[in-house]
Design a protein around this ligand. Structure first.
Ligand code: NAP
Length: 355
């Protein structure tokens, strides 16, 4: 099972013979359409499309991205964009069965009696009979009810009275309904995933987590791979998302040099006629992971789509030196849950304060 998740299928789509404006090429680069096989046997593309933020643009950009060739769409109940994503899919004209569509359950719907209804809400808004992947968004459980962020009088998040293992068992049942092809998790730490493996009968198909050159999590990635759990990198461009500069979760470290401005990435890019953004995404794909950059800008979507190419091992080794163990997405204090407890990059919140 373990080897399934790492098996990449690289299909040569076209040869790029022209470079980005002002850049000289030293070689021809083949653009691939890599996909991986999940532990369910289903295929997941290496390159995908994120939909967090900019709800007003999502219908059009999802449609555009699909027409341009993206086949993996990542969304979530809490992004409030499922309706727009559903309309975008319809507008694109791409048959539903050609698209790998994933959404995420939010923490106020983790009670086992709420899970199927919550999925039905997502399916209704996405206007689809099934999702290819349903993820538990975080391991923390909030008080059940319509309030997504239930807080007490002091503004503290109110926890739910069930655990993520209870939620997982309810998700397992959904795989028998045909409404969900695979189930997985997001923002879990190793011991939390171990609890699922030890206490239930389904190994997550996917772990969606923060990975980029500043937060490489080498050991954890190797462990996930050994368990046959495929990794989807969120925020693959690191601190590009302005949200991280605005939220208290990561404010200070988010102001470090943008990942994509690192000179070593520019140098590597010149070798292949690719931009630093493309090198960063290719690093994820060459590490057997999927990447889901978000963009609402036409030329950026094109650029991201041309990011599936082979990097030489010496360049992978150079990128490895950028690891700063800098985690930008850490709402532990707000969610009243010590997230990522056995993982790297939590120094800013272990002392009970944000970075
Ligand atoms: N599971 C989770 O808890 C979780 C957490 C965060 C994100 N996610 C998922 O992961 C997706 C991606 O993460 P993210 O949005 O945080 O970060 P990201 O994709 O790493 O970065 C997005 C930012 O980079 C910009 N960008 C994209 N392509 C670019 C390019 N080619 N050149 C220059 N700038 C470019 C975007 O600009 P524009 O916006 O102007 O286009 C946006 O500001 C999300 O949309 C969501 O689906 C999941």
């Amino acid at each position: 099972m373990a080897s399934l998740a790492t098996k990449a299928i690289r299909t040569s789509v076209f040869q790029r013979s022209a470079g980005l404006t002002g850049q000289s090429y030293s070689r021809m680069v083949t653009t691939c359409a890599t996909s991986y096989t999940l532990n369910t046997g289903a295929k997941i593309p290496a390159l995908g499309f994120g939909t967090f933020q900019d709800p007003d643009s999502q219908e059009e950009t999802v449609s555009q991205a699909l027409q341009k060739g993206m086949r993996l769409i990542d969304t979530a109940r809490v992004y409030n964009v499922e309706e727009q994503v559903g309309k975008g899919i319809k507008k694109s004209g791409i048959p539903r069965e050609e698209i790998f569509l994933g959404t995420k359950l939010w923490c106020n719907d983790y009670h086992p009696d709420d899970v199927e209804r919550a999925l039905d809400d997502s399916l209704r808004d996405l206007d689809t009979p099934y999702v290819d992947l349903l993820l538990m968004h975080y391991p923390c459980t909030f008080k059940r009810g319509p309030d997504r962020f239930p807080r007490d009088a002091d503004g503290r998040m109110i926890p739910g009275d069930t655990t993520f293992v209870d939620t997982w068992r309810a998700m397992e049942k959904l795989t028998g309904t045909g409404k969900v092809k695979a189930i997985g998790v997001s923002n879990f730490c190793q011991s939390e995933i171990e609890a699922l493996i030890n206490e239930t009968s389904t190994v997550p198909a996917v772990h969606q987590m923060e990975v980029h050159p500043y937060l490489q999590q080498k050991g954890f990635n190797e462990w996930l791979q050994s368990k046959g759990i495929h990794v989807v990198q969120f925020s693959p461009l690191g601190n590009m998302n302005d949200f991280y500069r605005q939220t208290g979760w990561s404010k200070e470290i988010a102001h470090m040099m943008r990942v994509i401005d690192q000179p070593v990435l520019k140098d590597i890019g010149k070798k292949y006629g690719k931009s630093p953004v493309q090198v960063v995404l290719a690093w994820g794909i060459n590490s057997s992971r999927s990447v889901i950059p978000k963009s609402v800008v036409d030329w950026q979507i094109d650029e991201n789509l041309a990011a599936d190419f082979e990097l030489e091992s010496e360049d992978m080794a150079q990128i490895a030196t950028l690891d700063a163990k800098a985690r930008f997405n850490d709402p532990s204090l707000d969610y009243e849950w010590r997230l990522y407890s056995d993982l790297e990059g939590i120094d800013g919140t272990v002392r009970g304060r944000t970075h």
